[in-house]
Design a binder for this molecule. Structure first.
Ligand code: NAD
Length: 446
């Protein structure tokens, strides 16, 4: 069994099963046969997915309570995350996957399901990210074997139970276990595709293992997203957007703002505005009404955030707000805005994945863009300005999969989402995300 900890108390509150290799073989065999009949259902799948969405909607409170208990996010956010799965199921149920027809109908490009999909998820948005993979995979005609993070397995198990009340047996299976189980899932001969969200280290391991039998992969990995503030932006007007872009989900979001570059002469003003929000935010029990930020989800992540802040303070940074753990049980950390900090310090160069935001001054926009790009990551990014056209212009010089103007991060089920460089491979969401669960089959008539 795996111990599951409630990050608000630091105590074990439940267990999840540790799936054995033999059990995984059984699950895979069932998935392989279920996938064939699921694919054969054709467009009938769409109405089944609509029913699955209704079932998720009915179970929102039940799943959200478990999500909050194991992950730590405030209950209203947990509910929104679970409800997002229903939205995705309906969206993909509504998407047409007809063949592309070329050459006056002589040539068809059909979109065949890839087969069984191995879906592997992290602990920051366990239910939401499961939905990112399940909804398009099921719509395409794939069966899914889903392995959640060992830190947050229970809400995914519950989601699987709810979906299995509607879907034919074996179309969705949830297997729980550690990284070793993830490796077994990826190297198993049954899946034809791996959809992985997690760390760069994990993504490289997955890609290497998947290469052995040419499994398709989609990798959504980490980021060190820069936000570049232009000299025409009003610090007071943008502070709230920047703050929540960084501290969303207690900073544990792949495409959160991870570092801010601001013109040196406006740095003080912006830091003051961000710190004022940081001081006023309600951090605490995620089940209490009005709580805005819960704890970090895992003990290792809490230790890492504390280490990065201590390192920055040792290197001359100042905490304009926060700078320390919250006293008492659980993995709570004060919302921390750091100033007098620069590139070359770990909290700027690395992905902190926590409630800490370094604000770095720049003197020249070219230099800011160069620093923003000086990383192996390339997930999200943003430009903050009173002139969106100028923002879009600067965006074209940023090396990233996504750049938002005056917002960060924004994701829509309709828009492709993905990173470049070490932040990932392929995209999720939208029609491109759906097609990533298909192989093309070209049929040419004489
Ligand atoms: P992680 O890579 O440690 O684990 C993610 C999942 O992969 C877990 O289920 C884990 O058990 C499994 N896993 C680990 N090693 C594996 C292997 N060799 N083979 C197969 N499976 C393996 O990541 P994490 O710490 O859970 O999540 C945090 C990371 O995820 C951060 O870097 C964050 O930026 C990233 N993330 C990215 C996105 C995105 O969409 N780009 C979204 C959320 C999180």
């Amino acid at each position: 069994m795996i111990n599951v900890v409630n990050p608000s108390s630091g105590e074990v509150f439940a267990n999840a099963a540790e799936c054995t290799e033999e059990q995984l073989d059984e699950v895979m065999a069932l998935a392989a046969s279920a996938q064939r009949s699921w694919a054969a259902l054709g467009d009938e799948r769409r109405s089944v997915l609509d029913k699955a969405a209704d079932a998720v909607d009915e179970a929102v409170d039940r799943i959200a309570d478990v999500l909050t208990a194991e992950q730590g996010k405030p209950v209203p956010l947990a509910r929104r995350e679970v409800a997002g799965v229903a939205t995705r199921l309906r969206y993909f149920a509504g998407l047409d996957l007809a063949p592309d027809v070329l050459d006056d109908g002589r040539v068809e490009v059909r979109h065949q399901p890839v087969g069984v999909v191995a879906a592997i998820t992290p602990w920051n948005f366990p239910v939401g990210l499961a939905g990112w993979k399940l909804a398009p995979a099921l719509r395409a005609g794939c069966a899914v074997v889903l392995k959640p993070s060992p830190f947050t397995p229970l809400s995914t198990v519950l989601l699987g139970e709810v979906l299995n009340g509607v879907l034919p047996a074996g179309v969705v299976s949830v297997v729980t276990g550690g990284d070793q189980l993830g490796a077994l899932v990826v190297s198993h001969p049954v899946p034809r595709k791996v959809s992985f969200t997690g760390s760069v280290r994990g993504g490289i391991a997955v890609n290497t293992a998947a290469a052995k039998d040419l499994k398709r992969v989609t990798l959504e990995l980490g980021g060190n997203d820069p936000a570049i503030v232009l000299d025409d932006a009003d610090p007071d007007a943008i502070a709230a957007g920047l703050f929540w872009g960084a501290f969303i989900n207690t900073g544990q979001a792949c495409a959160a703002v991870k570092r801010v570059y601001v013109p040196e002469h406006r740095r003080h003003e912006l830091v003051e505005a961000l710190a004022a929000i940081g001081e006023s935010v309600r951090v605490g029990d995620p089940t209490a009404e009005g709580t805005q930020l819960g704890p970090l989800t895992t003990r290792p992540q809490f230790d890492r955030v504390a280490e990065l802040v201590d390192d920055a303070l040792t290197h001359g940074a100042k905490a304009a707000s926060g700078g320390a753990a919250v006293e008492g049980p659980g993995y709570f950390y004060e919302p921390t805005v750091l100033t007098d900090v620069d590139d070359g310090v770990r909290v700027v160069d690395e992905e902190q994945f926590g409630p800490v935001l370094p604000v770095v001054g720049y003197r020249d926009l070219d230099e800011a863009v160069r620093r923003a790009n000086a990383t192996d990551f390339g997930l999200g990014s943003s430009v903050w300005t009173s002139d969106p056209d100028r923002g879009a212009d600067v965006a074209s010089r940023i090396e990233a999969g996504m750049t938002w103007i005056n917002a960060h991060p924004v994701s829509s089920v309709e828009h492709p989402f993905g990173g470049i460089k070490h932040s990932g491979l392929g995209v999720e969401n939208g029609i491109d995300g759906l097609k990533s669960f298909t192989d093309m089959h070209l049929v040419v008539r004489p």
